[in-house]
Design a protein around this ligand. Structure first.
Ligand SMILES: [Zn+2]
Length: 155
């Protein structure tokens, strides 16, 4: 087990998340697809699948059984050889926070508990992205920087 993975997020992924989230008054979400390089400790996030039939509220999003069925089907069609590297969702409203809520933490610990799995929170009010990943068994968050078409962690 690694202490942590290096995470690269393709800029188009951030664009997809923003386009999904911007028009919605409630939280939206989905999963992050890409490649896992366990030998070198890198993950590359290359695409997204939107969560449909999710229960979307102002302060919470819940993935239902129908959501997971939809995600699995779309992944088979669009990204058959990619891994589910994590999930994303938006925080909305003028007082939106960029951090994980307790519900986000709980969901991440239950569903995305592999040491290479990550989450992106898009704060629609501030237009910023925060990446959450496992580091020595804990979840840490950091603002994403854009570099050469890839978004990397703020180091
Ligand atoms: Zn949240």
């Amino acid at each position: 087990m690694r202490e942590s993975y290096n995470v690269f997020v393709c800029e188009s992924v951030l664009k997809e998340i923003r386009e999904h989230a911007k028009p919605s008054p409630t939280e939206v979400g989905g999963v992050l697809l890409g490649d896992l390089y366990e030998d070198v400790g890198n993950i590359e996030v290359l695409g997204t699948v939107r969560a449909k039939h999710a229960i979307s509220k102002e302060f919470k999003i819940t993935f239902t059984a129908a959501t997971w069925r939809g995600i699995k089907k779309e992944k088979r069609d669009k990204f058959p050889d990619k891994d589910i590297l994590g999930w994303y969702h938006s925080h909305v409203g003028k007082d939106a926070q960029s951090g994980f809520t307790f519900a986000d933490l709980d969901f991440h610990q239950k569903m995305f508990n592999k040491d290479w799995q990550v989450a992106i929170v898009y704060n629609a009010a501030k237009d910023d992205f925060t990446l959450f990943k496992w580091k020595a068994g804990r979840i840490v968050g950091d603002v994403i920087l854009l570099q050469r078409g890839y978004a990397t962690e703020n180091k």
